[in-house]
Structure formats: structure tokens, C-alpha cells
Design a protein around this ligand. Structure first.
Ligand code: G4P
Ligand code: NA
Ligand code: NA
Length: 194
């Protein structure tokens, strides 16, 4: 998606060989116009897949998924993050390990909001190691619902997540794919010269 790639190049900041800072439009300040375009692009890619629910995770997944859900005329649900959950009776819960933070967190969704028969589009801002995506998949599958696919705003293709989701047979639609961030330079997968 060209507008997104322009924003990443012009307004993103490479912090290291594996971290891209996008606080100017996605993770702190939100460029609402760009996020509306992002959401519309997800919706266009999944418009024929019978999506009944859009599922994301707080907090940075909410903005890019809002317009997708609007266009698909489906409710938007965000999984909640909490250190450890005790009252889990009415909750779908999975555990997500963050390599970045080196800690595990439970994520949860009320059973009231995803049910058997739902066809769910999962959306997140970043795909790194895929822990969040697999946690959301587990929640959908616990509910007896099915995963239509995973929409990602920025995929770091040099980390494991994309490959692991492909290997597990899930459809992944990433709007920008980073080949690498080496030497402070942003290289997209589709711009590689071979
Ligand atoms: P994974 O789910 O793919 O395995 O990723 P990981 O544990 O490494 O990610 C932990 C947090 O860091 C997530 O946000 C994720 O979106 C974010 N993240 C991963 N790589 C990058 C990156 O290169 N740049 C930026 N800006 N963020 C990255 P979170 O802690 O869940 O926070 P929130 O922003 O959704 O509240
Ligand atoms: Na996120
Ligand atoms: Na984030």
C-alpha cells in the first residue's frame, strides 16, 4: 500500500536493526486519514470472505481496524491485556509471550462477543514474532469460530511471525512488508533488486 509505505519512509524512524518507530502516525499520534485508508484496504481484501467479526488487540490495533470493521459492517472487538486473570469463567483466554519485553501476558475476550459460526478477521499493527497473532487465533478457535485471515499494517518479514503463520496455513495480508532495517535504512520486500 503506497500511502503507508510513504508514511513509513518519511515519518518512521529506524531505532535499531529490528525496531521501527512509528509514533507519528500509528503508535502514539494517530494519522486518522491514513488509518481510514488502511482500514479500507483491509476491508477490500476481505470483502468476499463472509467476515462477521473483526478482532484486534489493545491498544495499537484498534485504530487501523476501526475502518475495516466499519466497511465490512462487522463489530470490532479488541482483546484485553492483563497480567494474570483469575475470574475467567466467561472469558476466552490465551497467553502471549513477548520477546521484546521478555514477559508473558494473558489476553482475553468475553465469550459474549465471539461464538461458534463466526468468521473472524484478525488485525494488528505489527507482525514480529507472531505471538500476538497466534494468541488471537487461539481465542477465535477456542470459541469454535474460524479465522478468515490476518491483516497486518507493518510486517517485519525478517522475523519469524510471517513464516510461522504461513506454515500453519493462515492467510496473511500485510499492507507493508519490511525486508530489513539494516544500517538505519528501510527496505521493503517488494523493492528488492535481484
Ligand atoms: P509479536 O506479537 O509479533 O511476537 O511481537 P512482540 O512480542 O515482539 O511485540 C511486542 C510489542 O511491540 C507489540 O505491541 C508490538 O506491536 C510491538 N512491536 C513489535 N515490533 C515493533 C516495531 O518494530 N516497532 C514498533 N513500533 N512496535 C513493534 P504492544 O506492546 O502489544 O503494544 P501496543 O502498542 O499495542 O499497546
Ligand atoms: Na500491537
Ligand atoms: Na505496538
Amino acid at each position: 500500500m503506497q500511502e503507508l509505505k510513504n508514511a513509513i519512509r518519511e515519518r518512521g524512524k529506524v531505532l535499531s536493526n529490528d525496531v521501527l518507530k512509528v509514533d507519528t502516525f500509528l503508535n502514539h499520534q494517530i494519522d486518522t486519514e491514513l488509518m481510514a485508508l488502511v482500514g479500507k484496504e483491509f476491508a477490500a481484501r476481505f470483502k468476499n470472505d463472509g467476515i462477521t467479526k473483526v478482532l484486534t488487540i489493545e491498544s495499537s490495533g484498534i485504530a487501523p481496524s476501526f475502518m475495516a470493521a466499519t466497511e465490512l459492517q462487522a463489530p470490532l472487538i479488541f482483546a484485553r491485556k492483563k497480567k494474570s486473570l483469575t475470574l475467567t469463567d466467561n472469558l476466552l483466554v490465551s497467553t502471549v509471550y513477548s520477546f521484546t519485553k521478555q514477559e508473558s501476558n494473558d489476553i482475553s475476550v468475553s465469550k459474549d462477543f465471539i461464538q461458534g459460526g463466526d468468521r473472524v478477521l484478525i488485525i494488528d499493527d505489527f507482525l514480529a514474532n507472531g505471538q500476538a497473532a497466534f494468541g488471537l487465533i487461539e481465542i477465535v478457535e477456542q470459541a469454535g469460530a474460524s479465522v478468515a485471515g490476518i491483516g497486518i499494517v507493518i510486517e517485519k518479514s525478517f522475523q519469524e511471525g510471517r513464516k510461522n503463520l504461513d506454515d500453519a496455513g493462515y492467510r496473511v495480508e500485510s499492507l507493508a512488508r519490511l525486508h530489513d532495517l539494516n544500517e538505519g535504512k528501510i527496505t521493503f520486500v517488494d523493492e528488492l533488486v535481484s
